[in-house]
Design a protein around this ligand. Structure first.
Ligand code: 5GP
Ligand code: ZN
Length: 118
């Protein structure tokens, strides 16, 4: 359920401070400490799932919840409306996939271009 050594589990538990965007029974969302874009936050499940590689059928509703939250939280955090505005969603999985923190997370990035990266 929780990995004591995982930094994102510590953020959920409030042991590491973060700028919270949203919290409910199943997910937590907070601003990325090293943003690539004017708006850059992460949506994570409260359940410690290391990556997309470990997803199982019982996680389908949770992933659906994270996906449907994305546009709501993007608008809440100031992303401009689709289609001129919009936002980018990224889920890195594994070392070759660019994943650095092994607790599943969805990046949401938006705001006026140019961005630092992405
Ligand atoms: P990944 O490369 O695994 O897809 O993305 C991990 C993200 O987590 C990076 O964008 C990084 O800036 C962010 N991150 C790492 N440690 C912390 C932290 O302690 N607090 C916050 N808010 N973000 C973090
Ligand atoms: Zn974790």
């Amino acid at each position: 359920m929780i990995d004591e050594k995982c930094i994102f589990c510590k953020i959920i538990a409030g042991k590491i401070p973060s700028r919270k965007v949203h919290e409910d029974e199943h997910v937590f969302a907070f601003h990325d400490i090293n943003p690539w874009a004017p708006i850059h936050f992460l949506i994570i499940p409260k359940l410690h799932i290391p990556s997309l590689a470990q997803l199982a059928p019982e996680h389908a509703a949770l992933m659906g919840h994270m996906m449907t939250l994305a546009p709501k939280l993007a608008a809440q955090e100031g992303c401009n409306p689709y289609p001129e505005g919009g936002f980018r969603t990224v889920i890195n999985s594994g070392t070759e996939g660019g994943q650095e923190v092994h607790h599943l997370h969805m990046h949401i990035m938006g705001g006026p271009r140019p961005w630092l990266r992405g």
